[in-house]
Design a protein around this ligand. Sequence first.
Ligand SMILES: [Mg+2]
Length: 303
Amino acid sequence: MPKTIESVGEFGLIDILKKYSFHQSNIIKGIGDDTAVLYYNGQRHLLYTADMVCEGVHFTRKMPAYAIGHKAMGCNISDIAAMGGLPTFALVSLGLPKSLPVSYVEDLYKGMYELGKKFNVSVVGGDTVAAKQIVINVALLGEVACEDLVTRKGALPGDWIMTTGALGRAWKTDKHTSFTPRVEESRFLVKHFKPNAMIDVSDGLTADLGHILEESEVGACLYENEIPRNPGATLKDALYDGEDFELLFTMSETKAKTLMEWQAKNKRWFFYSIGRIQKDKGLFLADRKGAMVALKPKGFTHF
Ligand SMILES: [Mg+2]
């Protein structure tokens, strides 16, 4: 029996496929972060990412096309923000059923266009093919000054774990199709309070924090009382649901305290401190009674 994709899982599959990517000296960071990081010039790196949204997996035909376009562009912009960068140019490739009204595709594009425009992203090309179900792939370029780059690697014991907003139930609250990618927050952070590690919450808090822990070779403890939740979200929703597209980052205690003082005075954004990085590996939750519960970093996986 041949091994199926289901039996190895999404990340198992990526591991198998990694061997078909060969290294070039211009690749600063290849597979395994929110975007690839490529040599551009001595001052700036290029960021390069692609995200695909498919009918029946990420959206249904009942949802407004505009919102789906917003999501397809937004999840890519969010990945550029997770590296501390600014998005620039996009290629949009569409698989479309022949019977689809032209107005539907226009609405889809409007959603992508309006969000893209807000962040200075121009669509500069792509491809259109016939397909049985709607498939939208956005490939996005971005840039970051070398000193502003933040990856998943770099979290240190004692760091505060922070997020830019509430988590859980993004699907039930429509947040997954209406969120604003946290580019401004990310740029503010890298310029004034540069985080040690950063990722965006797409697969779920424990899963995405799990990526930071793995890359940084550390462990973490989350505080149940401190995790901000979207309306109606349970603790479980906040820990394991995906597609909030908030930033999750870590920084030294000294910096984090100064950031908290800053935000007490300037209420422009709100950053939440939700846990601590620790030397010992593993992921734990300090519950309301102060007891430590071991957590499994799991979240949404495709297979
Ligand atoms: Mg990401």
